[in-house]
Design a protein around this ligand. Sequence first.
Ligand SMILES: Nc1ncnc2c1ncn2[C@@H]1O[C@H](COP(=O)(O)OP(=O)(O)OP(=O)(O)O)[C@@H](O)[C@H]1O
Ligand SMILES: [Mg+2]
Length: 353
Amino acid sequence: MSKKINPSKILITNIISRQDDIANGNYPHLPLPKFPKYTIGNLRGGIGKTSLAFNLSYQTDNLLVVDTCPQGNLSYFYDEEYYVNNSTNVRDLILPYLLPGLGKATRVAKNISASNPHFEKKNSYYIASSNDLYHLPSQITTALNQAKSIPGTQQMTAIDYILYSLRDEIEREMKEAHLERCLIDTSPFFAGATHLAWHATDALIVPVRTDQQSINSFELLIDTLSNSNSEFRKNIPSDGHTPKIQLVVLTHCAWSTKSGARNEPNQQTKMFITKVKDIVDRNIQHFTTQDADNHILLLDDFLGTGRISTVSSKPISLLNAGDSMRINRVKATVNASVEKIKAQLSYISKSIW
Ligand SMILES: Nc1ncnc2c1ncn2[C@@H]1O[C@H](COP(=O)(O)OP(=O)(O)OP(=O)(O)O)[C@@H](O)[C@H]1O
Ligand SMILES: [Mg+2]
């Protein structure tokens, strides 16, 4: 799938040179449009979708977070009782659109601070996931096939009703709780809730890990957005809605240890920046501006900081260098790079809201 590229033809100097400013909290302005709702997604597991969703959710306020991944990792960050609680969830919002006769739910979103004290200063809400989302792909397929068997103009109305189910429910929940912004976390698979999440927002944030498999998944995602035979394009709503990509966030980046190298990515990370830039350049029509440099941001490897954040459900912004804890009898420590990660997260947040 990947094309052979000539690295010397792909300029990454702008992306590299701004890293020092970003690390120091000086924010070079990126001329990006802003959207109220974003979906975080890429068609690969373990690349940082949920970690990014969780940490970005702490960067703003009056936010609705929606967990559409059946694994429920993000829901667990917000509520440690998630796997034993059986409360109304995102599947309950979608099912009435697929199985007529089921009653619709209202006011499903819960205040995050009620179950995660680290969010006590925030007025942000979340809609939990459900393990049963694993069944959603076949339920959506069945419902779409039924819609397609309806003759005449009502067919398209029925298809729109299904494809926009999550969007309509999210907009209702946002209105009911007076929320301004929304962030959706997705699973590594397209079929099911991810498909509906793409239609619930106008812009995507795509984490890409610094490895070749993640680069391949990024190309697969663009192919899914654009190829007329893809699962996404086979069932498009009447207005042709297709989200654009606002940001590619390169995760697990590493930095040069050469003396005098001020916040300069190491050679391997530079190679992945080059590969990402090449893909963005070739597919710029799927991005929210016409300049690839606006769309590629970097995030350090979280290392021990990430482990502590994960086990304590504490956003990285609340951690400080030297904080430590025992995880499975092994001591983990917040690395000195935590201040840089905080600055990078803040920069990502300023690039979307
Ligand atoms: N820069 C980074 N961004 C995000 N995650 C990072 C980063 N560096 C290290 N990590 C670690 O990588 C792991 C990513 O896991 P995460 O659950 O966020 O991935 P995911 O894409 O949501 O996976 P899945 O597809 O299974 O839901 C976490 O352990 C996290 O701490
Ligand atoms: Mg996840």
